[in-house]
Design a binder for this molecule. Structure first.
Ligand code: ATP
Ligand code: MG
Length: 429
């Protein structure tokens, strides 16, 4: 029997933390990919999807476990694996043709062959006539076509795509997805398998044969969902909608690590979603009155608010952390406190927000306690940042502190001065 295209076994990956410890980013990853599959990786921000792609491409080595490509261990950049990036990564001073040819230079082919293959890739991806244009002369969609051509020109076996459509406007993204699927379906692409990283649930259902759901902190594969629908797929097809719903349900299921709601113990060191008090109020105010009357199906709500699932999840998660809502089975339901919050006027709303903040977000209560205990009621940001960095990445620590700062300010639980970088207490009692 043929070796699978890609075989990942018991992969684990850590990054060094500021305190000298390790941050576990990926854990227990098992993944086999057979020829002819498009596999989607779907997960929240920071779940390690891009890291996994880099490990597959051989751009870094996993801390533990193995990546095997066509029976051979991947120990460095693998020639048969190419990548398409979200930000296109084109060289502005090179033409379309030169940018695409760049992909081939490492292969040591004769010049006429390089030119021939580059032109063929450009033609295939629909850029015929733009060979001598510079990236700045192209629209975002055309630039990403160059990104695809540059990856395809090496005739890779595996194409890795890291949110390739997310920087494009809605219509351009859809055209590019459809064009890609058509070429793939017609067997015109010189590739045998695709891994697509995305935040976008509908995109995953539109394009993939298998969808792997990732949890956060650390990134683990918590669920695999197969998509049996025939191409071209129709987003309005009830079976399509059912799959989207199924993924929402899986991503909001209790007891799975995909969510960090009230079910999962929130500690001083929990990474907090950066959701402004405005978004909080906005979602609660949308949910409270008819037609929702406090309860909504997340995919329906995302649709109506023109938000991707991934934009809506953090807001839903934040409401849940404050015990303003419960999220389960793909639904969000306001609690009594949440309904109250939606209906109160500004001052009372702030008071309720403060109560929930200090009761349910331990980091906020901790900051307030430290400020109360100090005679000058002041503490530098670094005081808390250092603590957080012992438990999470520098990036997450910054985000978490910003989130709690914004909430603390809105709630008037504590103040923060950007110039001096200090927290303070306005009303210490
Ligand atoms: P997103 O959806 O936002 O693109 P992701 O799932 O691709 O997120 P990664 O970029 O793989 O996530 O990051 C996973 C975690 O690893 C994050 O907590 C991130 O801060 C951390 N991380 C990534 N690269 C490094 C690095 N070079 N050094 C330290 N930490 C890193
Ligand atoms: Mg990423």
């Amino acid at each position: 029997m043929n070796a699978p295209l890609l075989d990942i076994h018991d992969l684990r990956h850590t990054f060094p933390k500021a305190d000298g410890g390790d941050l576990l980013v990926l854990d227990g990853i098992e993944l086999q990919i057979a020829q002819g599959q498009i596999v989607g990786l779907l997960g929240r921000t920071g779940s390690g999807k891009s890291t996994l792609l880099r490990l597959i491409a051989g751009l870094a080595q996993p801390s533990d476990g193995t990546v095997t490509y066509l029976g051979q261990p991947v120990l460095g950049p693998a020639p048969g694996i190419a990548m398409v990036f979200q930000g296109f990564a084109l060289f502005p001073w090179l033409t379309v043709l030169e940018n695409v040819q760049l992909g081939l230079e490492a292969l040591g082919l004769p010049d006429p062959e390089i030119r021939k293959r580059a032109l063929a890739a450009i033609d295939l991806i629909g850029l015929d006539g733009y060979e001598s244009a510079y990236p700045r002369e192209l629209s975002g969609g055309m630039r990403q076509r160059v990104g695809f051509a540059r990856a395809l020109v090496v005739h890779p076996n595996i194409l890795l795509m890291d949110e390739p459509f997310s920087a494009l406007d809605v219509l351009t993204a859809e055209t590019l997805r459809t064009d890609f699927l058509e070429l793939w379906g017609d067997g015109k692409l010189p590739i045998k398998g695709v891994i697509l990283v995305t935040h976008n649930i509908e995109e995953a259902v539109l394009m993939c044969d298998r969808i792997l759901l990732f949890s956060n902190n650390p990134g683990r594969i918590i669920r695999e969902i197969g998509v049996d629908l025939r191409h071209p797929r129709n987003r309005l097809d009830p079976q399509f909608r059912d799959l989207v719903e199924k993924i929402y349900v899986a991503m909001t299921a209790r007891g799975t690590a995909a969510q960090t709601g009230s079910e999962k113990q929130i500690t001083i060191n929990t990474v907090l979603p950066r959701v402004s008090a405005n978004l909080f109020s906005g979602l609660a105010e949308t949910l409270a009155p008819a037609p929702y009357n406090g309860k909504a199906d997340l995919p329906v709500l995302a649709d109506e608010l023109h938000m991707e699932g991934d934009e809506l999840f953090p807001v839903a998660e934040a409401l849940q952390m404050f015990h303003f809502a419960e999220v389960e089975g793909g639904d969000i339901r306001l609690t009594d406190a949440g309904k109250q919050f939606a209906e109160l006027g500004t001052d009372d709303r702030k008071k309720l927000f403060q109560r929930q903040l200090l009761q349910y977000i331990p980091l906020a209560a901790h900051i307030r306690r430290v400020l109360q205990e100090r005679t000058n009621h002041l503490a530098p940001k670094s005081r808390f940042l250092d603590e957080l960095e012992d438990h999470m990445s520098t990036e997450d620590a910054e985000h978490t502190l910003r989130a709690v700062t914004a909430w603390g300010r809105y709630a008037e639980a504590f103040a923060y001065d950007d110039d001096s970088g200090a927290f303070s207490l306005e009303n210490p009692s």
